[in-house]
Design a protein around this ligand. Structure first.
Ligand code: AHR
Length: 644
């Protein structure tokens, strides 16, 4: 109580006695991760072996099979046979494996080669953790040499493992790279006559993000962490409701030992190993201080299932009514898994995975852009009411279609109001001019109805002009931060050569990460966000939609952040009532992101439009000239220490 009183006094002093501040959401700027554009396997998930479990198949992608990304190799006059079998797998969820029959191991051996996801990247002196599941089928033990080669066949590192069990067993070793390569391949060579079953061939860099086992690619994860998102929504997108009921993303299938997870087709035309599963998502959230925001299917598949938008597929289908109680239980189980005590059934599974503490789940999304049909409504209502009854502490986020207006949007909002859903998820991918013209969209939203999560948005492009149109719009989200609770640009990641959707926030290759200008806008807003909005501070010379601004205060630090977005080709003069703030340091941070409107940094290195920060005297802030095509942020720092 004492602390609360102190904060109120500090705020009162800081605002010079004005009562103009309104509370806004402290979680406004987050991110949206979906396994699209090879964002997970071959991307953020640090596994270097493609198709490690021999589960690729033609329904993932035309022409794929269990042996995709693998070659059968014989060296030094060795000979034998290789086949794919399914009769005695490591686990029923992981049916395919290789049988290697070595008739003659020759001088160098016989085995398999994997080229990774467009080549394996290794750095000289670094360690790589290799593991494989083997089952010795012959009487004699089978020694394997495990080697990394560059594309010209030069050896870059090696190790060995030898079978010692007739049951499936995991073997592990470490390989140290002697030289760097961005196009290496991994070879497993059996060097004695005999027969052996092989599955789950895996290679991870020792240096993953925060050195996590089964972890994330460090450079990509760090680029995401640098956004300082307040939350992470995962795992999709359309990936959540899936291409048909059988393809829905079922969270329970993605936890536990990786060799037991259920792999499946990715709706974006490739394969999900689920190696990056719910445990890893929650752990990543915790590692970077973001709240987890899992989205679960609303019991219906994607309305575009089977390619309805092209050739007439199966469309939206609902989980049969008789199976809904079990499905609802699955949703409730997630909450217990994330937050429940270690003594609970699901809390114990979380603890067994190495996380006895709660993950502090607060938000849960139900559904993604689903068509507002009776099938959807019946199922959503059942799930929503069950969560509300058992877990009133959880905030459920509903869905209102794929567009900023139209039938699904209207019906979705009507339904959400009827059910009093706390937050609904709006999506829009529009021209930059739409974002500029719609900065007053939320000014008139009903403050008593459901709140808004702008769960997916992006303007059509990655130029500075696009980024500034988004920045202008984001000042309006701050101004309306009492009704807009959360927002996230979409999609987040895209791999060079494997991009199904443009634009994206961060592009990457196997060796480099290319943040866009839009990325820097997101980062600047998230790192200069607040929990109070303050009005009547900024007075521009002329008021038009190409000049936007906002003022927020962060209670914790006491700092005040002023943002200016100038999309005009001329500078803009502004007056700032700086005298209304008291208790500030004599200097402030001045950050600017500017360039030519068509500048874009999709795949170029180094980036050409990046923010720059200087320290300026506070008294220079009362009159400012905001350069053309710029986002300018002033961070006025509090000199009053507000203790927690
Ligand atoms: O962000 C890409 C896709 O756009 C998402 O999967 C879907 O929700 C939306 O249509």
């Amino acid at each position: 109580m004492k602390t609360k009183f102190r904060l109120i006094v500090l705020l009162f002093i800081a605002l010079g006695g004005m009562a103009q501040a309104k509370k806004i959401s402290p979680d406004l700027f987050g991110i949206f991760f979906e396994d699209i554009n090879y964002a997970a396997d071959g991307g953020l998930y640090a596994e270097m072996i493609q198709n490690r479990s021999f589960e690729y198949n033609p329904s993932d992608h035309y022409g794929w099979n269990a042996f995709t990304a693998w070659d059968y190799i014989t060296k030094g006059y060795a000979y034998g046979t290789v086949s794919i079998e399914t009769n005695q797998p490591v686990h029923k969820n992981n049916p395919h494996y290789v049988i290697l029959n070595i008739e003659d191991a020759g001088s160098e051996g016989i085995g398999l080669r994997n080229t990774g996801f467009d080549g394996i990247v290794v750095k000289a002196g670094e360690h790589y953790n290799f593991s494989v599941f083997l089952r010795q089928l012959s009487e004699n033990q089978i020694p394997f040499s495990i080697k990394l080669f560059d594309k010209k066949g030069k050896l870059l590192g090696e190790s060995t493992v030898t079978t010692n069990s007739h049951d499936w067993k995991k073997y592990e070793t470490t390989i140290t790279a002697t030289e760097s390569s961005d196009s290496a391949n991994l070879v497993l060579l059996a060097t004695a006559k005999g027969k052996v079953a092989i599955d789950m061939v895996s290679l991870f860099p020792e240096k993953t993000f925060k050195n996590r086992q089964n972890g994330l690619r460090a450079d990509l994860a760090q680029t995401i962490a640098d956004l300082h998102p307040k939350f992470i929504r995962f795992p999709g997108g359309c990936l959540v409701h899936g291409d048909g009921i059988g393809n829905m993303y079922r969270w329970e299938n993605t936890i536990g030992p990786v060799e037991q997870r259920v792999e499946q087709k990715d709706i974006w035309g490739y394969h999900q190993t689920a190696g990056l599963g719910y445990f890893e998502y929650f752990q990543f959230c915790e590692d970077i201080g973001a709240k987890p925001l899992p989205v679960l299917p609303a019991g219906v598949s994607c309305q575009n299932s089977g390619g309805t938008w092209r050739i007439g597929g199966t469309g939206q289908k609902g989980i049969p009514e008789a199976e809904m109680p079990a499905y609802i239980q699955e949703v409730l189980d997630l909450i217990e898994w994330a937050n429940g005590p270690v003594t609970s059934t699901w809390g114990a599974k979380r603890a067994a995975a190495g996380h006895p503490d709660s993950f502090h789940l607060q938000y849960i999304g139900i559904g993604n852009e689903d068509k507002q049909t009776p099938e959807f409504r019946e199922r959503f209502k059942q799930i929503y009411e069950a969560v509300k009854a058992k877990h009133p502490e959880i905030t459920v986020i509903g869905t209102v279609g794929p567009a900023p207006g139209g039938e699904d949007f209207e019906l979705g909002w009507k339904f959400a109001r009827q059910l009093q859903v706390p937050i609904v998820d709006e999506h829009y991918y529009m021209k930059p001019e739409w974002f500029i013209a719609n900065q007053h969209r939320y000014d008139t939203y009903d403050r008593k109805g459901p709140k808004v999560y702008v769960g997916e948005y992006a303007s059509h492009g990655s130029t500075l002009y696009n980024a500034l149109s988004e920045a202008a719009y984001m000042t309006s989200l701050e101004r309306n931060g009492d009704v807009v609770q959360l927002s996230s640009y979409a999609p987040l990641l895209a791999k060079k050569g494997h991009t199904q959707w443009n634009p994206d926030l961060i592009y990457f290759s196997n060796t480099a990460v290319f943040p866009t200008v839009n990325y820097y806008v997101q980062k600047l807003f998230a790192t200069n966000s607040g929990d109070q909005y303050i009005d009547h501070i900024i007075h521009p010379e002329k008021n038009d939609s190409l000049f936007a601004y906002s003022v927020v205060r962060e209670t914790k630090s006491g700092d005040i952040c002023l943002k200016f977005v100038n999309i005009n080709n001329k500078p803009e003069n502004v007056k700032i009532d700086i005298s209304k703030f008291k208790g500030l340091k004599s200097t402030m941070d001045y950050t600017i992101l500017t360039g030519k409107p068509n500048d874009q940094d999709r795949m170029e290195s180094p980036a050409i439009v990046i923010p720059h920060t200087n320290t300026l005297k506070l008294n220079t802030a009362s009159k400012l000239l905001i350069p053309p095509y710029s986002l300018v942020i002033l961070r006025l720092k509090s000199s009053l220490k507000s203790k927690k």
